[in-house]
Ligand binder design. Sequence first.
Ligand code: ACO
Length: 433
Amino acid sequence: MPTDAFKTAKLSFGDKTLDLPMQSPTAGPDVIDIRKLYALGDVFTYDPGFTSTAACESAITYIDGDKGELLYRGYPIDQLAEKSHFLEVCYILLYGELPDTAKLDDFVSRVTNHTMLHEQMHFFYRGFRRDAHPMAIICGVQGAMSSFYHDSIDISDPWQREVATIRMIAKMPTIVAWAYKYSVGQPFIYPRNDLDYASNFLQMCFAVPAEDYVVNPILSRAMDRIFTLHADHEQNASTSTVRLAGSSGANPFACIAAGIACLWGPAHGGANQACLEMLREIGTVDRIPEYIARAKDKDDPFRLMGFGHRVYKNFDPRAKVMKESADEVLGLLGIENNPTLQVAKELERIALEDPYFVEKKLYPNVDFYSGIILDAMGFPTSMFTPIFALARTVGWIAQWKEMMEDPTQKIGRPRQLYTGETSRDYVDIENRA
Ligand code: ACO
């Protein structure tokens, strides 16, 4: 990104005044380039939670939180959700442009040919307790991929980076589906390369050897949309974790395992599970005011799950598509009067009119409706975050690759505002008061 020669920011403190260069992005606010701040001014900036700090340059995803806009490589998410499909979205995120038919066919075929896991990975699953959370399993299995695929961990080799990329996108559905099968005590179902990406995932989750399984195209389309809507979201916590892990030169499988671990938290990817559990706990529409009151009570740690977002201060554009999908899927399954959906719709209506949520710009986020769809499809709540991880894998890899290809990339190493003791002498145990 070129420095804008005409723009500088003046920073005065003590007896110093510094002129800091500014950079203009293609969209979004200008940034003040503080890379030389410590060298010139002997000060750090302090920004826990990175609310005002751009940690990298990226050309992949753009969010306008005020407008409620999300673009993958410039393409609006609602257009992609309506007209594209997940593997094309993967291509766009990874390579930057819409593919022509030959390029798309080639990409789809490369991903499809890598869907199987190394056969010895079966044994690896058996090391987990039967009741292990699938996030724990996929985090472990993803990390273990580096020990199964030695030929794609040399991060300095662009070809190996590409092979690792294809492998992770191709194998994540198998890894996640097998974590589910393991938890319910059913045999692992192998991938079927005659099916599209989403249908194959559904059959690996829900088919059993004892009978035929036919994938419902409406459910497969809804699954594909969920993948598309979760594919990337610029520098969120898990993506930043992947970048930070990658900045040390760690192998790509280890970096994605770090991203999965970060995604697990309820303030991030774990919110979809927490949201459905909350909707079930509320149970009936008449109990909503009680929960709204709790969410507003400063002395109560309860928050409305699926509401609020660090960046969106308007409707999360993904939530709009998700709501449509929820209506479609529940309609297809003949359960449109599902009490959880009724509670969700009424909760959304009330919260959007309540001054607390209006003033704080707390709108439903992507997690608000995704759990309802996944629940209707037959997934237990513990599978919601693994499905998010499956979809986000492409975003993590695209961001990791972009960082690896950036010649200015350095190891990530934040500074701190130290508030501990200053230097003091060690006291032998017998002399301590
Ligand atoms: N319910 C009630 N109050 C809320 C909520 C909520 N869901 N979210 C934020 N607030 C309030 C906070 O109490 C705070 O109030 P205050 O200013 O009076 O102290 C104010 O809104 C700002 O909240 P912060 O926590 O400072 O906002 P931040 O940007 O750090 O947090 C977050 C964003 C973590 C998503 C938050 O809104 C939240 O916890 N939401 C619920 C969990 C959730 O749905 N997470 C999914 C995020 S999307 C994703 O990862 C795919």
